[in-house]
Design a protein around this ligand. Sequence first.
Ligand code: GDP
Ligand code: IMO
Ligand code: MG
Length: 430
Amino acid sequence: MTNVAVIGSQWGDEGKGKIVDWLSTQADVIVRFQGGHNAGHTLVINNVTYKLKLLPSGIVRSEKISIIGNGVVIDPWALLEEIKTLQNQDIIVSAKNLIIAETANLILPYHKEMDEIREDTAGKRKIGTTRRGIGPAYEDKVGRRAIRLMDLRSETNLDQRLDIVLQHHNAIRKGLSKKTYRKDELKKNLIKIAPEILKYSQPVWKLIDQFKEQKKKILFEGAQGVLLDVDHGTYPFVTSSNTVAANAATGSGCGPDTIGFVLGITKAYTTRVGEGPFPTELIDQDGEKLGKRGNEFGTVTNRKRRCGWFDAVLVKQTIKVAGIKGIALTKLDVLDDFDEIKVCIKYQLDGEEIDYFPAAVEDQKKVKPIYKIFQGWKLKTRGARNIEDLPSKAREYIHAIEDLVASKISSISTSPERDDTILLEDPFNS
Ligand code: GDP
Ligand code: IMO
Ligand code: MG
């Protein structure tokens, strides 16, 4: 028995929420360790849809412990709203099943405003962020001027911390001819909601240590994907946290040996929201068809996701960078109606063939995919729960992906529904 970390192996939205929810039957504790409400994880259980942004996907099972680790950035109002929305869907959220690290950093309104100011002034060079204030909040964390959850415990302390952080923000805002941010209203509002959030706060590192002693099974739930990782992604078109599995330890307060098996959630094709390089992007009918069949609209911002063929070069690389040990292949059913399905197996860059994704963004934009073409199966895989139920051509596609990315596929998802999933190898027992 081992713990499992679930991470996205592409540009996010691979179906992490669905797989975490499905695996949660076996876990005792589900932990978010990075990102914030830029994430949008969709769960479909008996036709009912739940959209989670900050809360771990384990929250829909009241008998499990859901943890928001220190590595997550929390917009307190977004958190309270999400809790309320779920409670209205009859989900139990209480201090018994939700625990938030007291050391987690807060996203405050001036972060969101800074995110918007930057995006609006960047013109063509914008990143296409979710405008939730994620980047500016992580900047303040690293700049050692952030407000952490525990800072809400004392008004005097909060007052001092706000002075420090606003001195920084207001200097930038003045430089950009924007109105300076005043602390009084914000302080008042924070003090008002403090008890509602502080009731969930605990030293998470200590709890995780206890869970380990008790041999409880921990499932770490990553947000975004490796190609959006601030170190290993398509920088600067990335998010502002490390999305790789190693951050599950830092972002929750345990050693790397706690992580166990790393499961990389991988879409059977590729999507991306926001700006940045995307070698296999399809700006044609096939791209439209993938988007339509896959319902590729952002969970958080409702933006249309860019769609393209599966890129084996990218996924092979993210598997290595993130230490992925097995893949959950999702959205296979979206490919059910294609005559031909392409997979990128190499790139051409300046007349030469390469088998890796170059680091420079100019090269990333220049690479041309070299495709291997597969015949489509043109049969229904949607809803399949056994590997034997898949058409032979679909199985060929799956095995080819395994070979091309040099990793085994340990499960396959065939619809948004929780149980429409094929288990080939149990990650908790690998
Ligand atoms: P996440 O951010 O990685 O959790 O993924 P999202 O929830 O943002 O996006 C994945 C979308 O695909 C959601 O609407 C899911 O309900 C849906 N989904 C997940 N797995 C499958 C699948 O195997 N087939 C289909 N058709 N949809 C899926
Ligand atoms: P989940 O967890 C897909 C993208 C944004 C933008 C870039 C930076 O649902 O897979 P940010 O607001 O984080 O500063 O935006 O990252 N992005 C995501 N794309 N899925 C996500 O999360 C994402 N979270 C951020 O679109 O390109
Ligand atoms: Mg998503």
